[in-house]
Design a binder for this molecule. Structure first.
Ligand code: DAH
Length: 319
């Protein structure tokens, strides 16, 4: 019989003893009960202590100074599924990497901006309906979650304009998250990503811009592409173009099926002027287009809403 069993037997005997109280004379009962009760408390305390000792007997104390092998595989119960980078972040890195190889700097956009950077500095006339075309959200203070990465143009021009004095061009790309108050469907999201490009020098031309864009898309899709442009309208470029690529056969495209990938053009003199750059002396071109659309084509994804869905099944495909 171990210690605990012995104590439990003592308790049982004590309870049997207590039953004898009825056989005693009335005046002796109180004294008898008090004594037994004290004994019972004492035994219960000893049982609790013995139980605690029995539990702790099997616990091996942790030795935090013991050496451990970091290469040892952890036991199964430690294996928690690791998260992974969002596919849009991986692809954005690829996009900026290609431009960096061509000599562009990278500047990050911001997630809250103002009327000046979203519209005024980009030659949008006050009260012009083109402002409504962007379906912007607004905070109660009147700030704007940017509806395009062009809202960074003025900052980029100011940040890098000293390069022009050194006889070098401004060459920068600006990836960023943008927001539009849109009706959401398979090809429209309220939150998506864009990448902006800005180039300024004394002698740049539209054909240089088209060469850069072609090079970018052919690197990104790792194949030769047919490109096409058509006239467009943006207040911040003159002339403005829409740039299209023929949807590659390998990605489900048919001959003659063109997709609009971005807007572009020669930077409007007013945009250079408000950034403190003399438009008589310098010229620039700029472009901006959606990243989600670019990635959807690469992976043949049918629905843009996957990106913001947090759907694990979708995200695991890109691990
Ligand atoms: N910001 C325009 C948009 O989101 C796209 C764009 C067009 C950007 C022309 C440019 C540009 O830099 O020159 O619709």
């Amino acid at each position: 019989m171990n210690e605990l069993e012995k104590l439990k037997l003592d308790l049982k005997n004590l309870n049997e003893e207590a039953a004898k109280i009825r056989e005693l004379e009335r005046e002796k009962r109180a004294e008898f009960g008090r004594k037994l009760n004290l004994q019972k408390q004492e035994i219960l305390a000893q049982i609790a202590a013995a139980e605690r000792r029995a539990i702790n007997k099997d616990v091996v104390p942790i030795d935090i100074t013991a050496p451990c092998n970091v290469n040892e595989k952890l036991p199964e119960y430690y294996s928690v599924e690791q998260g992974s980078r969002h596919p849009l972040m991986t692809e954005l890195d690829r996009v900026t990497e290609i431009y960096q190889m061509m000599g562009f700097d990278v500047l990050e956009s911001r997630q809250l901006d103002d009327e000046y950077h979203m519209f005024d500095s980009l030659n949008f006339a006050k009260e012009h309906p083109a402002r409504d075309g962007y379906d912007t959200f607004r905070t109660e203070e009147g700030l704007i979650p940017p509806a395009h990465t062009s809202s960074m143009q003025n900052r980029a021009l100011k940040k890098y304009k000293s390069r022009l004095d050194e006889g070098k061009p401004i060459a920068v790309v600006i990836p960023g998250r943008v927001y539009r108050n849109e009706d959401v469907d398979a090809t429209h999201e309220h939150t998506f990503y864009q990448c902006e490009g800005v180039y300024v020098s004394t002698d740049c031309t539209m054909s240089q811009m088209l060469g850069i864009l072609r090079e970018f898309f052919e690197k990104y899709y790792e194949q030769k592409l047919n490109i096409r442009t058509q006239p467009g309208y943006f207040p911040f470029t003159e002339p403005s173009l829409e740039f299209m690529i023929e949807k590659p056969f390998a990605l489900g495209g048919k001959k003659g099926e063109f997709l609009e990938m971005l807007g572009c053009g020669m930077i409007h003199p007013n945009v250079l002027k408000v950034a403190g750059i003399n438009p008589e002396k310098y010229h620039g071109f700029a472009w901006g287009g959606g990243i989600d659309r670019l990635v959807m084509l690469k992976y043949r994804l049918p629905d843009v809403r996957y990106f913001e869905s947090g759907n694990l099944q979708f995200l695991r495909e890109f691990k």
